[in-house]
Write a protein that binds this ligand. Structure first.
Ligand SMILES: Nc1ncnc2c1ncn2[C@@H]1O[C@H](COP(=O)(O)OP(=O)(O)OP(=O)(O)O)[C@@H](O)[C@H]1O
Ligand SMILES: [Mg+2]
Length: 250
């Protein structure tokens, strides 16, 4: 059974069918790639599946049980779903370390700043920051990091959310995590995604780099104008003429 699926999910913006009657599903222990030209609805799909924007129609089915049209953003982790943003979102005025500790400790930002952090919290923070190569930067303000480092910090926060035990995170969306990363950073993110998959998470990768999509995905969905153009194994889907044309037609 898929861990998360949609049934004729739709989202319109002033007459634009950003997501149009889309029925797809995501499985645990698999990396699912989502590709499609700019504006084909990839980010909108993630926004509806993470409760950031309400869908206009159709259903979201979580673990075959919950059927929801609308989740509030704060409820999303409770349903086991988390994400990264195409435009990185961090606590800019906070230290790198504190960006992680707020996730590991107290829900409220205000309280977490004054909370005494236990040794365990610090150990977890060290572990996730080391994983993405940012432990040396722990004393910097998030806003002073380079673009790539900011994306890595966002990924470290996802790992911290998983460690925090709030909600049992089992679906993780990555919205163009590799854009603008140096090769070493790409390797780090590839490793993180594979580890999450091997832990049994459903990992969803929205990405324009076809080499990475081919290398990482177990299954691919191709979107075009909010609709499903193709799906299947990367080797098959990426060789299809209509898929290649959808990209070249941009
Ligand atoms: N908040 C919004 N208000 C109005 N229109 C929107 C909004 N968000 C997305 N759209 C429109 O919906 C369509 C799908 O956009 P979306 O951002 O989901 O595409 P995408 O596949 O993520 O593109 P990209 O590869 O450029 O990130 C586009 O036509 C876009 O202009
Ligand atoms: Mg997008």
């Amino acid at each position: 059974m898929p861990i998360l699926s949609t049934n004729k999910l739709s989202k319109n913006f002033d007459g634009v069918h950003a997501v149009n009657k889309l029925s797809i599903s995501f499985e645990a222990g698999k990396i699912t790639g989502i590709i499609g030209p700019n504006g084909s609805g990839k980010s909108t799909l993630i926004n509806t599946l993470t409760g950031m924007i309400p869908a206009d129609g159709g259903e979201i089915i979580i673990a075959g049980v919950e059927t929801l049209k609308r989740m509030n953003a704060h409820e999303v982790p409770l349903f086991g779903i988390t994400r990264t943003f195409q435009d990185v979102r961090l606590f800019e005025q906070m230290l790198v370390l504190d960006n992680i500790l707020v996730v590991l400790t107290e829900r409220s930002i205000w309280k977490s700043l004054f909370e005494k952090h236990s040794k365990l919290h610090l150990e977890k923070a060290e572990e996730v920051l080391k994983k993405v190569g940012l432990w040396e930067k722990r004393g910097e303000l998030a806003k002073n990091l380079s673009y790539g480092q900011r994306k890595l910090l966002e990924i470290a926060r996802i790992l911290a959310i998983i460690h925090s035990g709030v909600g049992d995170i089992n679906v993780i969306f990555f919205d163009e995590p590799f854009a603008g990363l140096f090769p070493e950073m790409v390797k780090t993110v590839v490793t993180v995604m594979r580890e999450l998959r091997d832990q049994g998470k459903a990992v969803i990768l929205v990405e324009h780099n076809m080499e990475l999509i081919r290398e990482l995905s177990d299954h691919i969905y191709v979107l075009d104008s909010g609709e499903l153009l193709a799906e299947g194994a990367p080797s098959v889907v990426l060789a299809r003429k209509d898929v290649i044309e959808a990209y070249l037609g941009e």
